[in-house]
Design a protein around this ligand. Sequence first.
Ligand code: GDP
Ligand code: IMO
Ligand code: MG
Length: 426
Amino acid sequence: MSLDVLLGLQWGDEGKGKIVDVLAPKYSMVARFQGGPNAGHTLEFDGHKHVLHQIPSGIFRPDILNLIGNGVVLDPTVFQREIKGLDPYNIDFSKNLFISKKAQVILPTHRLLDKFSEISRGVNKIGSTLKGIGPAYQDKIARQGIRVGDLVLPGFYDKYKALSQFHLKQLDAAIRKEYEPMEAAFFEAVKFIKEFNLVDGEYLLNEQLSKGKKVLAEGAQGTLLDIDFGSYPFVTSSNTTASGACSGLGAAPGTIKEVYGIFKAYCTRVGSGPFPTELLDAVGERIRAVGNEVGATTGRPRRCGWLDIPLLKYAAMINGVTKMFMMKADVLSDFDEIKICTHYKMEDGTITDRIPFDLVNQNVEPIYKVFKGWTEDLTRITEVDDLPSQVVNYMEYIEREVGIPIHWISLGPNRTQTITLKAELF
Ligand code: GDP
Ligand code: IMO
Ligand code: MG
């Protein structure tokens, strides 16, 4: 009986969806524990490419239960669209998809409040996905949110009206105008979602564990977007780190066994906020083009930069990572040299590998170690022994610095383009 947690060690989009899909057959259940429609998890298999937002990435594997946990903020309209988008796959959702009654509901006015808040911030905007994430979590913490279980209770409509009216009063007239058509779509989606399995997620999950089954918790976003440990205030509004899996599912801490940390062989970030190793030159542009670094949810170009070891060490520490997956090394082919940031030089000249409290207002200068690049097309490699020595050197350096083994390497977006480096995980 164990819960394994899989999460991003950077600013999201590390390739979590792909790896959850690869690992899912080893588990009886895949469970999302935080975030919501701000996530975009891309899966590629058998000629299909599919982006999931709120539905767990085990959904394409028959016989695997998928749970949207209590820690998630769920938008019914996005849910309805996602389910429709899965039509071609003939999935029997009555058997494999479960939604916690304790998950919070994103209302149309949460999306409008998100937009209003970003407009009000002006140049200091967070770069939110505008999916209503922050306002929905705000209402949860303010103890006035609406939960999925409320949708089927008699008092739902009155609760909805009261909360929406409260929100609308906070909006300016121009934004308020957008509300009506959104409300109609919302009520249609509420009707739709009521037909799905709305459950006590914490019981469902713990029943799996007590039957000796294995559950995989699928993180969304990444460690540096965590509300407590990320580059605050340029973060999302949930705990994206390992502890979030306990509170977001109702799993006791002692049930966690492995914590799989996923990182790209370089770094990306969407939205605003500090990014010490960001490349604002042709090199960054090339990584973006080759890596197809465009947001899976918003279509925004992702900012690109070199790998940052201080951030990776920090993420490994906060999450108690036991094994790592290195993604997208194929994107770095054909660079004469590849850099890794090992330390930061602070404004006062001191050198550190710790993350300063204020990464936002403090200029940190990355100190780089330079690695020789490789020219081989890694996407065709299927055996560990065929990896170029430069790639092996690159990984060994990271393992030494972070102090955690890289067990798998991903060399392309497809399910099949994944190589096990160490002994099998299971
Ligand atoms: P997630 O949010 O962590 O699930 O990641 P996203 O799906 O937002 O972004 C990862 C992107 O990289 C997607 O377009 C994936 O199809 C793609 N991808 C995943 N692994 C690899 C890889 O090893 N190489 C390449 N070239 N693309 C990858
Ligand atoms: P996945 O799960 C990358 C970023 C947004 C913004 C900040 C806050 O696909 O890795 P929010 O809408 O949550 O209030 O936005 O967080 N962000 C992500 N960046 N991947 C994600 O999810 C993200 N979800 C949110 O761009 O900077
Ligand atoms: Mg993503």
